[in-house]
Design a protein around this ligand. Structure first.
Ligand SMILES: Cc1ncc(COP(=O)(O)O)c(C=O)c1O
Length: 392
């Protein structure tokens, strides 16, 4: 017998009223039984380049005429080629391991770090989200870690960088734990849902020092901030530091196929050259997912894309200035901003006015499609201003 509730939905009570999604329209419009909604979150940070991006879709369609299988015991040229292109975008020398998505990238990054330096402890921040798998959830700081079955040990919190700008409190913690026990520090280059905090340069100096002095791996979770979300290819490009490990996901395939990737530095590879790489899934570097990545890379290499994001980021920055009187504080860069409203507007009010947006208490997390036409972006932002002006 068919159950009415055969499908299970993540991160929500199953009894919640659910509207139907009818169509993804244009670059950022959702047609639903709740009405037409303009999306300001790139569908939870992943569809950075538009819902119906033709360049990406074309690469995926073409791939269907070729192999649809992968088998990791043998070399497949297309996987190497795309890994090399990804290294170019990262502007780093090293190695790429493909994964199934964001959390899976973090999960593998933690394993790679721990295995390669044979140390156990990972340091992370409370204002963070790293994914739903157990390893990633253990180092996550936000409310989503509240499950009783988290793994124990091998993890320690560090203070928020804004509360420790000279890194001294973090350094004390490192000395207390013993630097030789610490495998890595894992953090978002710019926190996403948890408030969009940019790291202070003096804190980065501290990070660089423990990286070189104590050989602690610096692991940047770029699942949200990768692929031009912050105007630079990756969030860490805003800082003077070369990461040892980078976690990628979401916009890596514009959300059009499941994919993630982990970058790691040559020094880490020296361990795995002679020791088995003890992790991985059967369906490794799937051709359709990698075709989506090929499409993303093709799309972002276009000159018109670079021009568009330069223009759009200025429009967004100016818009934030314009609604200044309604804002207590704003933080961010590129296409990722946190806007603390002086008086909160409920999620429902935004929905009723045709807006789908990520909120964290009275903070709006603005993460729009980065490749909208200038006219569409201006139109959308005026819709958002109208609601803020009317209800805040
Ligand atoms: C910074 C960060 N890392 C990792 C993840 C996990 O990605 P996914 O949900 O695609 O597994 C997320 C998801 O929101 C994220 O924001």
């Amino acid at each position: 017998m068919k159950s009415k509730k055969s499908l299970v939905y993540p991160w929500q009570p199953q009894n919640e009223k659910r509207y139907k999604l009818i169509k993804f329209e244009d670059d950022n419009v959702l047609k639903t039984t709740r009405g037409v909604l303009t999306d300001y979150s790139s569908l939870s940070f992943h569809s950075s380049f538009g819902f119906n991006n033709n360049v990406i879709a074309k690469e995926m369609k073409n791939q269907i005429n070729h192999s649809l299988l992968t088998f990791s015991k043998f070399e497949q040229q297309f996987q190497t080629e795309i890994a090399n292109e990804l290294l170019d975008l990262l502007e780093l020398k090293g190695h790429i391991f493909f994964t199934q998505g964001g959390a899976d990238s973090v999960e593998h990054a933690l394993k790679i770090s721990r295995e390669s330096n044979q140390r156990r402890v990972i340091l992370s921040r409370r204002k963070s989200y790293h994914g739903a798998t157990l390893g990633a959830l253990q180092i996550t700081g936000d409310h989503r870690r509240n499950v009783f079955y988290l793994p124990k040990g091998g993890h320690h919190w560090i203070p928020e960088p804004k509360d420790d700008p000279d890194f001294s409190k973090t350094l004390n913690i490192i000395h207390k734990i013993g630097a030789n026990n610490i495998s890595g520090i894992c953090l978002e280059s710019i926190t996403a849902k948890n408030g969009v905090y940019i790291l202070p340069p003096t804190w980065i100096d501290g990070l660089r020092q423990v990286q070189s002095k104590y050989k602690i791996n610096i692991i940047f979770d770029e699942v949200v901030c990768g692929f031009y979300r912050t105007l630079k290819p990756f969030g860490f490009h805003h800082y003077k530091i070369k990461p040892d490990i980078v976690c990628m996901g979401k916009a890596i395939s514009n959300g059009m196929a499941p994919l993630g990737a982990v970058y790691f530095a040559p020094k880490i590879m020296t361990y795995f050259n002679n020791n088995a790489f003890k992790t991985g899934h059967t369906n490794y570097g799937h051709p359709i997912s990698l075709a989506a990545l090929r499409g993303v890379l093709k799309y972002i290499k276009q000159k018109s894309f670079k021009n568009k994001i330069e223009t759009n980021s200025k429009i967004l920055k100016n818009w934030i200035k314009e609604i200044g009187p309604y804002i207590a504080e704003s933080r961010g860069t590129g296409f990722l901003y946190a806007i603390d409203l002086k008086s909160p507007v409920s999620h429902d009010v935004f929905y009723q006015n045709g807006i789908s947006i990520v909120m964290n208490e009275s903070t709006l997390i603005l993460c729009p499609t980065i490749s909208l036409t200038k006219q569409k972006l201006i139109k959308d932002l005026s819709q958002l201003s109208n609601v803020i002006r009317r209800y805040s």
